[in-house]
Design a protein around this ligand. Structure first.
Ligand code: SAH
Length: 214
C-alpha cells in the first residue's frame, strides 16, 4: 500500500510540472503501484518508466500526464489506445472518456491489465489482444487515438479510423533513438501536426506476439 503522504507528493510533483487539474484528478484515482509488480512497487510513485512483463515498460507518470493532456479527452469520447502494457494509461483514460478500447500484442500483458481494470471496477475499458497497427475498424471512427509505442510514421490505418475533428497523439521515430511526441488533428483541410517534445518509448511491432507465456 502507498501512504497518503506519498500519493500527495506524487500529485504535487505532477502539478509542479504543469499538469492540469482534470488530468491530476484522473491520475489521483489510479494507484500506480497496482500496475507494477514485486520490487518495482516501491518505485511506483517515482517519475520514471518501470519494467513490466514481456520486456515492456509502464511509461513515466509525467509523460502519461502530458499525453493525456494533449489528447484533450472529453466525457463523450470514444478513445483507442495502442499498447495497453500494464493498463495504467487505459485506467486513467477511463476516468475522462466515455469508452476506452485498448489493444496489446502480448496476450500475457492484456490478461494482467484486464484483471487490474476489473479490480478497479472500470467498466468502460475494453482490452483486446491484437495488432494495434491495424486498429479496430469495427469500432471506428474514434474521437481520440493514443499510441504508447513508437511508430516510424503515423500508421495510415489509424489515421483512417480517426474521426474528422479528432486528435491522435503518438511518439514517432526510430526505436533506438530519441523520438518526438506529436499531436495530429484531423481537419477538413488536412492534418495539423504539433510537436510536443522528446520522448522514449518501446517500438510499435507488427503482429501478435508469439510464445510470451500468456
Ligand atoms: N500504455 C502502457 C505502456 C505501454 S508500453 C501502460 O500504461 O503501461 C508499449 C506497449 O505497446 C507494450 O506493451 C508493447 O507490447 C505494445 N505494443 C507494441 N507494438 C504493438 C502493436 N502493434 N499492437 C499492440 N500493442 C503493441
Amino acid at each position: 500500500m502507498l501512504s497518503p503522504e506519498a500519493q500527495m507528493q506524487f500529485l504535487l510533483m505532477l502539478r509542479n510540472r504543469g499538469v492540469p487539474d482534470h488530468v491530476l484528478q484522473a491520475m489521483e484515482k489510479v494507484p500506480r503501484n497496482m500496475f507494477v509488480e514485486g520490487h518495482f512497487q516501491t518505485h511506483a510513485l517515482d517519475d520514471m518508466a518501470l519494467p513490466i512483463d514481456a520486456g515492456q515498460t509502464i511509461s513515466q507518470p509525467s509523460v502519461v500526464a502530458k499525453m493525456t493532456e494533449a489528447l484533450e479527452v472529453g466525457s463523450r469520447h470514444k478513445v483507442l489506445e495502442i499498447g495497453t502494457g500494464s493498463g495504467y494509461q487505459a485506467a486513467i483514460l477511463s476516468h475522462l472518456a466515455r469508452r476506452v478500447y485498448s489493444l496489446e500484442r502480448h496476450r500475457k500483458l492484456s490478461i494482467k491489465a484486464r484483471a487490474r481494470i476489473d479490480a478497479l471496477n472500470l467498466r468502460n475499458v475494453i482490452i483486446t489482444t491484437g495488432d494495434g497497427s491495424l486498429g479496430m475498424p469495427d469500432q471506428s471512427p474514434f474521437d481520440r487515438i493514443l499510441l504508447t509505442a513508437a511508430a516510424e510514421d503515423p500508421p495510415a490505418n489509424l489515421l483512417e479510423q480517426l474521426r474528422m475533428g479528432g486528435i491522435m497523439v503518438l511518439p514517432v521515430g526510430q526505436s533506438d533513438a530519441v523520438q518526438s511526441l506529436i499531436k495530429i488533428e484531423k481537419t477538413e483541410k488536412g492534418l495539423n501536426y504539433t510537436e510536443l517534445g522528446e520522448v522514449r518509448f518501446v517500438p510499435l511491432v507488427a503482429g501478435i506476439a508469439k510464445n510470451d507465456g500468456g
